[in-house]
Design a protein around this ligand. Sequence first.
Ligand code: SF4
Length: 98
Amino acid sequence: MEEGKPGMESGEHWRERAACSGSEADELFAEATQQNKAKAICATCPVQTECLAEALDTGVRFGVWGGMTERERRALLRRSPHVASWRRALDAARRRAG
Ligand code: SF4
């Protein structure tokens, strides 16, 4: 990670700072009626980008990850089939945003 610029946390350490850790985690894998609530939790999460990158890179099929439902992730993957690493792509986007 370049010093002084925001970047993604490496490895699995980001999970330790997840807003969904604890009793609310089950909501993130809930049915559609609960997904808005889960997305609201994600919106406050300090590791939302790391979480979304992992879900996109590993093909997680269920639940809300990184603020996106499975349907939203599928649509994003269809729109961007050329992305080999979402972790790298999202990290680069974060760095550009500064
Ligand atoms: S972005 Fe959402 S699902 Fe991912 S770690 Fe944070 S709260 Fe949990």
